[in-house]
Structure formats: structure tokens, C-alpha cells
Design a protein around this ligand. Structure first.
Ligand SMILES: Cc1ncc(COP(=O)(O)O)c(C=O)c1O
Length: 403
């Protein structure tokens, strides 16, 4: 009723086409449903959140407090304070072997803002943007907002959801303006190995297409995988945009800080956009970022060790449930099991599975449809081993009685 009224008044208001082209993030919708149950005192096994359950490291928190005490509460340059832009370039060079100058760096209000601005700076109506599927929910909507057309390069479960240059090439057309690569991937956890990344980079360069590499989870990789940036490939910078985020690496999702590394004209265009929209990222949070870039990486390594333990645990638990297959994620903190063997007329897709899981077992997961991958569920293991165990118990019960 409320929704119908809201819909009617939205129609009467005649909202902008750009806003009508996009949807509210479906992962946010899952969070909201789980929160409603929690508010009623219900114990939810919550595999929804795409954010670390660890507190922000102490030294980063102290930097925010110090910045406040030092009265760093006024406007800063729109692209971020120079020491932070320099520190991002230095950190990226030391960690990921790139070579950027501060004039090629702009600081944004989170990784999402960074990617949104990069898309808005480059995409004209009708431009095609190739996105690896399954994809992070926001890419297609950002492209649509800019008037562009999202085009998907498929990845497959039996190929560990690897985004391949050959698949990208198949869907390239003269209208292709950009390719978005996300490694490690949300939702699949797939990591593009350096040799495949080199092929993607080479393809984009040859075809005069921009490569936007989303490095949000760069430091959460498992087994033999090492943090890697395509910016370390010699000669890659001309057609490359790196999007980075402090959110996951430094467990500071709510503080909102991200960055773009790109050729100066792109950086300047994004700064221009910010000068007419957000202005500078929050002043005191830039000092948190400065501390994150200059300080110890110990807390990042500690988080990685714990994620690795949880990854093994949840993977073993899921694979023990009859009818579920699950690729071992090589990065990020998500597993992406295939549950399609459990579909039935009352539960024909993963949206229905997720709904019933929440209603019957109070387990929150994100359905694969949100990521362009019907048949799969995304479970975040950014939650304690105890909660993972509780969730696995409920999942086992649910899929044992799914009919
Ligand atoms: C793949 C990917 N990129 C970018 C982001 C943006 O993160 P933030 O805006 O918090 O920096 C996220 C957050 O979930 C993500 O999963």
C-alpha cells in the first residue's frame, strides 16, 4: 500500500530519466530485511554483509581523533590533500609495483564514488561498457546512469569464474568504450592471474578501450595468489584506470574513502565533477587514510589470516551439503555456491531460495540474480567461525528439507 502510494507520487513528480534507469542496490535490500528481523529480537545467521566484521585498526582511529583535535575540519582541495595523494601513490608503488604521481591521483568518498565518477567522466549515451559476469551489483547501474549500455562477458563455474580476454573480445564492438575488471571479484572471489590480466590489458590497448580495474579486495587473496595490480605491467598506464578503496583493506567501510589512479586528464575531469558535487572527501577521514597508507600493514595481514581460516571452514561446510557445489574463492571474503539442484516449483530461483531461507531459517544470503548469476547464492564470511557454524547448521537443515 505504502509502496504503491510512493510509486504513484514518484510518477507524478516525473523524476529524471537518469534516476529512473537505475535501481536501489539489491545487496542493501537484503541487509534491510535482515535488520528488520534483528530489530524484532530474532537471531539471524547473517551472511549478507559485504564488510569486514573487524574494528577499524587502532592507529587509524587515533589519526581521526588527532585530526579533529588539530582542527582539520575545514574544506580541503577537492581532489584530496596533497600528502594523501602522494601517500596513495607511494603505497600503491610499494605494495603493487605501479608508478603514479599525485597529479594522477584523486581521492573520493569511497570506492563506489571513485568508480561512479570514473564512469561519469568517460561514458556518453550509447557507449558500451563490458563487465565480467557475475558482477558487482553497482557496475551496470552506474553505466546506465551515465546513459551507457552494460554488456556482459560471461565467466563460468567450471573455469573458476575467471574473466578471460577471449570472452571480452567476443562481445567487443566499435561502441565499446570501457571494460571493467574486478579481481578479486565480488561476488565470486575469482582472482585474475597476472598473465590473463596482461592479455586483457593488451586487448584494451589494441582496441583503444579504457580498462577500469577495481582493486577493492586487492589485499585479500589466498593460497598462492599475491596482491597484484595491472598497473604493474609496463606501458599499461595510458588506457588504465585503477579504482581503490580503503573500506575493506583497512576495515573502514563507514568512513568512506577511496581513490582513482589514472592519466591526468581523467583525474582532472573527476576532480571537476567533485568540485560541483561532493567537494572534498571528509577532511578528518583523509587523515585516517594518510595513516593507513603510511602505517603498519600488520592488521591487514591479521585479518587475512582469519579470513583464510573462515574460508576453509565455510567451504568445507557448504561442500558437505548434498546438491551444492562451490568453487574455492581465491580472494575477497565471499563464497558463491551453486544451489540450483535444489530448485523446485515452489522455489524456482535463488531469489525464492533467499526469501525462504530468511523466513524459515533466519539465514540472510544474497541471491545470485543480484549479480547476474541465477542459480547461485553469495555468502559473506566476514563473520565469526561460531556464526558460520550456526549458519551452516541452518543451511544443512534447510536444504535437507527444501522440497
Ligand atoms: C567490488 C567492489 N568494488 C567497490 C566497492 C565499494 O566499496 P566502498 O564504496 O565502500 O569503498 C565494493 C563494496 O562492496 C565492492 O564489493
Amino acid at each position: 500500500m505504502e509502496q504503491a502510494t510512493a510509486q504513484k507520487s514518484a510518477e507524478a513528480i516525473q523524476l529524471a530519466d537518469a534516476v529512473n534507469r537505475i535501481n536501489v542496490s539489491p545487496t542493501m535490500a537484503v541487509l534491510q530485511e535482515a535488520e528488520k528481523l534483528k530489530a524484532q529480537g530474532i537471531d539471524v545467521a547473517d551472511f549478507g554483509p559485504g564488510e569486514p566484521d573487524f574494528p577499524t585498526p587502532e592507529h587509524i582511529k587515533r589519526a581521526v581523533i588527532k585530526a579533529l583535535d588539530d582542527n582539520k575540519t575545514k574544506y580541503t582541495p577537492v581532489a584530496g590533500i596533497l600528502p594523501l595523494r602522494q601517500a596513495i601513490c607511494d603505497w600503491h608503488k610499494a605494495q603493487l609495483e605501479s608508478s603514479y604521481a599525485p597529479t594522477e591521483c584523486v581521492v573520493n568518498v569511497g570506492g563506489k564514488h571513485a568508480i561512479f565518477n570514473a564512469v561519469c567522466a568517460l561514458i556518453n549515451p550509447g557507449d558500451e561498457v563490458i563487465i565480467g559476469a557475475p558482477y558487482w551489483v553497482s557496475y551496470p547501474d552506474m553505466v546506465k546512469y551515465a546513459g551507457g549500455v552494460p554488456v556482459f562477458a560471461e565467466t563460468r563455474e567450471n573455469d573458476a569464474f575467471m574473466l578471460r580476454a577471449s570472452e571480452i573480445e567476443k562481445v567487443m564492438t566499435p561502441k565499446t568504450k570501457m571494460v571493467i575488471a574486478n579481481s578479486p571479484s565480488n561476488p565470486t572471489g575469482a582472482v585474475i592471474p597476472p598473465n590473463e590480466f596482461a592479455r586483457i590489458e593488451d586487448l584494451c590497448k589494441r582496441r583503444g578501450v579504457w580498462l577500469l580495474s577495481d582493486e577493492c579486495y586487492s589485499h585479500f587473496v589466498y593460497k598462492d595468489a599475491k596482491p597484484f595490480s595491472v598497473a604493474s605491467i609496463p606501458g599499461s598506464k595510458d588506457r588504465l584506470i585503477i579504482a581503490g578503496s580503503f573500506s575493506k583493506t583497512f576495515a573502514m567501510t563507514g568512513l568512506r574513502l577511496g581513490y582513482i589512479l589514472a592519466p591526468k586528464p581523467i583525474v582532472d575531469a573527476i576532480a571537476k565533477l567533485q568540485s560541483q558535487s561532493t567537494s572534498n572527501p571528509t577532511s578528518i577521514i583523509q587523515y585516517a587514510g594518510l595513516e593507513a597508507m603510511r602505517g603498519s600493514m600488520d592488521s591487514v595481514h591479521e585479518m587475512l589470516t582469519e579470513y583464510a581460516r573462515r574460508r576453509e571452514h565455510i567451504l568445507n561446510g557448504l561442500r558437505a551439503i548434498p546438491g551444492i557445489t562451490c568453487v574455492a574463492p581465491m580472494g575477497a571474503f565471499y563464497v558463491f555456491p551453486n544451489v540450483s539442484a535444489h530448485f523446485n516449483p515452489k522455489m524456482p530461483d535463488t531469489t525464492a531460495v533467499a526469501k525462504q531461507l530468511l523466513e524459515r531459517e533466519h539465514v540472510a544470503v544474497t541471491p545470485g540474480e543480484a549479480f547476474g548469476a541465477p542459480g547461485y547464492l553469495r555468502l559473506s564470511y566476514a563473520t565469526s567461525i561460531d556464526r558460520i557454524d550456526e549458519g551452516l547448521r541452518r543451511l544443512t537443515h534447510f536444504f535437507g528439507n527444501a522440497a
